[in-house]
Design a protein around this ligand. Structure first.
Ligand code: FMN
Length: 561
């Protein structure tokens, strides 16, 4: 039950603060802070960089008299020691494919403990998912906001193009549109999708449980096998707990009574947690509580471990890290905190395969770490829920916030002061609010007529639907690259995007046209393995110059596979 606060007078600054001037579209990221654009090539520093990067070999720090240098060559090390030198520190081989939890890689049939999270409206597109799957990464199709027929087409395309490699599809909880959840699950079952990325859940729903149970069977060794894997995405411990425990009995009973699952599946459901993996979502693009990863991840790791012990050790749920991962150092830090796998999002939106317009990708490529802001979300506008969006190059966050403040302050659009309404109609909606309402009626009559019925006697609800029209359209304008609406683009984005841009400044990846999604992933993981080795040497007391211990992407690691 949602309670509304009583209307307040409009603060004068709300109206005057309505952003009106279209921002200049930044053309280049030249103003970003940058790392070195190429690694050191010469001397001891260049050698140290190369030795750290030879991930399949060990890396030693040696002292020869007064000289300190690195080596990856065992014979060289033996010579130095025989001549009275010392090994000061050593780091073992660390291929990028060895990072994270091997059980994650084995369960999902991927080479890397790396997942590209869903991006709504199909921004995490079929080509993106297929490219990552072929290269050995787990990727999730951005099914939220996509009509069922298009989800079906996208899944068919991924199955066709992924060369048999596993992939995931997003199931976003839609409290007011249960039919959409059902349609997504139907499509996943039809196309044999083996992993579901479940997000925005507060409680498990029948559709989520239906998918999980439909994949349960007893293995030959007596253990329960879950052929439908669930990766839950959460930012709170209370919600995490729902995924760490078996599916709720009441839902299982209902599904059994409705003949949707078998008695065997219902019985097996008691023996396994609802999820196999849990992504701890910290300060990310889109929906986020903006918790620091260093706070959230240890909390969820501890919770998962406590529940594992309570429930018996058989089915440990792996905990991964999401949010803020845009550089190899950040990815290495997540693994150092104990993440079983890492999840990226923002950085993938500016890649070639993302279904996002060229103009928005250019904006994203010029984004710095402080160029994001929180703005009201379209799906939970009335509740005051916010999403993290781009603020550089678009007026969307300010305009959306103004709409929310007006919503809080007035009884309905007819109660808006005339000048405020005129301003909104001229600058933000660019049409009369009556026209917008007619659009809403047309849209919801097809999709969810109940919304219109509920709004008819309730002017505030009607105002919410009208304002949500703008919030809903603004993502579409960005994806389509609507030139006339550049000032209104809503682009979900977290600070990881800016961190990535600073890291790649001056390299071939600075140009968004060169960012292949699997290549970006391979660099992040290769760089993370490099940083992990540098950290091991540092922990043993070795002092290496920063330029030797910062991984720089110099050339593609993976092309279009
Ligand atoms: C444009 C965009 C759209 C997103 N849409 C969804 C979504 O529909 N469902 C979901 O579970 N997560 C969504 N996310 C979150 C990502 O899957 C991922 O968890 C998150 O972006 C990771 O944090 P980062 O942005 O700091 O990399 C979205 C993120 C972005 C940037």
């Amino acid at each position: 039950m949602v309670t509304m606060t009583s209307p307040q007078p409009v603060p004068a600054q709300t109206v005057s603060a309505l952003p009106q001037t279209a921002p200049a579209v930044p053309q280049s990221p030249s103003a970003l802070p940058r790392y070195a654009s190429s690694p050191p090539r010469t001397g001891v520093t260049g050698q140290a960089y190369r030795d750290l990067l030879a991930l399949d070999a060990p890396c030693y720090v040696l002292r020869e008299g007064t000289r300190v240098r690195t080596s990856g060559d065992q014979a060289d090390v033996a010579r130095v020691v025989a001549a009275g030198g010392q090994v000061l520190a050593a780091a073992g081989p660390r291929p990028a494919t060895a990072l994270g939890d091997g059980a994650f890689r084995a369960a999902h049939g991927v080479r890397y403990a790396y997942m590209a999270g869903a991006m709504a409206n199909g921004i995490a597109s079929a080509p993106m998912v297929a490219a990552l799957a072929r290269a050995g990464f787990l990727a999730s199709f951005g099914a939220a906001g996509v009509l069922p027929a298009r989800i079906d087409e996208a899944l068919a395309a991924i199955v066709r193009d992924a060369a048999g490699a596993p992939f995931a599809c997003n199931l976003i909880h839609s409290p007011s549109e249960a039919a959409l959840e059902a349609a997504t699950i139907d499509a996943c079952l039809r196309h044999g999708v083996t992993t579901l990325e479940a997000s925005a859940f507060v409680e498990p729903t029948a559709q989520l449980v239906r998918y999980r149970l439909a994949g349960l069977r007893r293995g030959r060794d007596g253990r329960v096998e879950a052929t439908h894997r669930v990766v839950g995405k959460v930012s709170r411990a209370e919600v995490a707990e729902r995924f760490l425990r078996p599916a709720p009995e009441a839902l299982v009973r209902d599904l059994l009574a409705a003949g949707v699952v078998t008695a065997d599946q219902a019985a097996l459901a008691r023996e396994v947690p609802l999820a196999d993996d849990l992504s701890a979502e910290a300060d990310s693009g889109g929906h986020t509580d903006r918790r620091p990863l260093t706070v959230l991840l240890p909390e969820l790791l501890a919770l998962a471990e406590r529940l594992r012990r309570e429930q018996g050790a058989r089915h440990a749920v792996r905990v991964g890290a999401a949010g803020g991962l845009g550089t190899p150092a950040a990815v290495a830090a997540a693994f150092a905190l104990g993440a079983a796998y890492v999840v990226t999002g923002s950085v993938n939106q500016a890649t070639v395969e993302a279904d996002q317009s060229a103009i928005t990708k250019r904006l994203l490529g010029a984004t710095g770490v402080a160029d994001t802001a929180m703005a009201p979300s379209a799906d939970m506008f009335e509740l005051g829920v916010e999403v993290q969006v781009l603020r550089r190059g678009t007026l969307f966050p300010g305009r959306a916030r103004t709409l929310y403040e007006l919503y809080r302050a007035h009884d309905g659009v007819d109660a808006l002061p005339a000048d405020v309404r005129a301003n909104l109609e001229a600058k933000v909606f660019r049409r009369s609010l009556d026209d917008v309402w007619a659009d809403c009626v047309e849209f919801f009559t097809r999709r969810d007529p109940d919304q219109i019925i509920r709004a008819q006697g309730d002017p505030r609800r009607r105002m919410a639907l009208i304002f949500r029209w703008y919030l809903g359209r603004s993502s579409g304008w960005s994806i389509a690259g609507e030139p006339d609406r550049a000032a209104d683009y809503q682009v979900w984005c977290g600070p990881a995007m800016g961190a990535f841009n600073s890291w790649v400044a001056g390299t071939y990846l600075a140009e968004v046209g060169n960012r292949q999604v699997a290549d970006v992933a391979a660099h992040l993981m290769t760089g993370a393995a490099f940083h992990e080795r540098a950290a091991a040497l540092r922990a043993a007391g070795a002092r290496l110059p920063a330029s030797a211990t910062t991984y720089i992407p110099t050339a593609p690691l993976l092309g279009q596979g």
